[in-house]
Ligand binder design. Sequence first.
Ligand SMILES: NC(=O)c1ccc[n+]([C@@H]2O[C@H](COP(=O)([O-])OP(=O)(O)OC[C@H]3O[C@@H](n4cnc5c(N)ncnc54)[C@H](OP(=O)(O)O)[C@@H]3O)[C@@H](O)[C@H]2O)c1
Length: 238
Amino acid sequence: MNDTKTALVTGANKGIGFAIARGLGAIGFTVAVGARDDARREEAVERLRAAGTDAFGVALDVTSGHSVAAAAAAIERTAGRLDVLVNNAGISGPTEGGAQDPTTLDLDVVRTVLDTNVFGVVRVTNAVLPLLRRADAPRIVNVSSNMGSLTLRTGPVMAAYAPSKSMLNSLTAQYARRLADTNVIVNACCPGYVATDFTGFNAPRTPEQGAAIAIRLATLPDDGPRGGFFDDEGVVPW
Ligand SMILES: NC(=O)c1ccc[n+]([C@@H]2O[C@H](COP(=O)([O-])OP(=O)(O)OC[C@H]3O[C@@H](n4cnc5c(N)ncnc54)[C@H](OP(=O)(O)O)[C@@H]3O)[C@@H](O)[C@H]2O)c1
């Protein structure tokens, strides 16, 4: 088997996803840069290559089954298999006009947020799972949030975004159970509160700091934890 490992990072054109791509590239991964916008994707690929990473772009809108299927086919053509999948693409959804106040919740906003943060993860994971199964040590990392923790109940009240991450955590556990007898290790992570477009760059952590836990889970040893939820400090309560 070819020694060079390939990682697909969704939403890799900016923010935490870009930092995950750069971090995985720095430790020798070939990075498939999953991004929906052609110009933003190509610019990210160029920046990664300039930093010494072997990167290639993959057109990927996680809300489109066609796009996801084409992305999986492109990765198969280019790399033949996939070693790591980082499901990073995510949206907060609009909050104006009480759209995410549970008492005035806009269900279209809920649908939109779930389509990206939850259904998108299922689409991408299931499309590339056959490629992951060809790897020696496949790893799946779902980028979640401690806002999805039913124990912590942290951050602002956001009745579309927070439950989307609770459901992503639950899905992570379901995938881990289903794949328990295989070499595919699945975990979720929380990057912490990170300065990106997502937070209006109004947060204490850098994208590199936010990326670190995802990179750790992407490179777990074969006896590493399965079906867990982690941040830099360790286990995050569900
Ligand atoms: N920042 C934080 O403090 C924080 C905290 C906890 C969890 N997180 C999670 O971390 C992840 C990354 O967030 P971030 O802070 O880096 O946000 P960001 O800077 O807004 O980046 C989000 C990325 O997801 C992509 N994306 C959105 N919808 C997509 C779609 N339908 N198909 C493909 N890509 C799509 C965006 O692409 P475009 O450029 O095309 O929009 C962008 O590349 C998210 O899952 C978020 O929930 C962030």
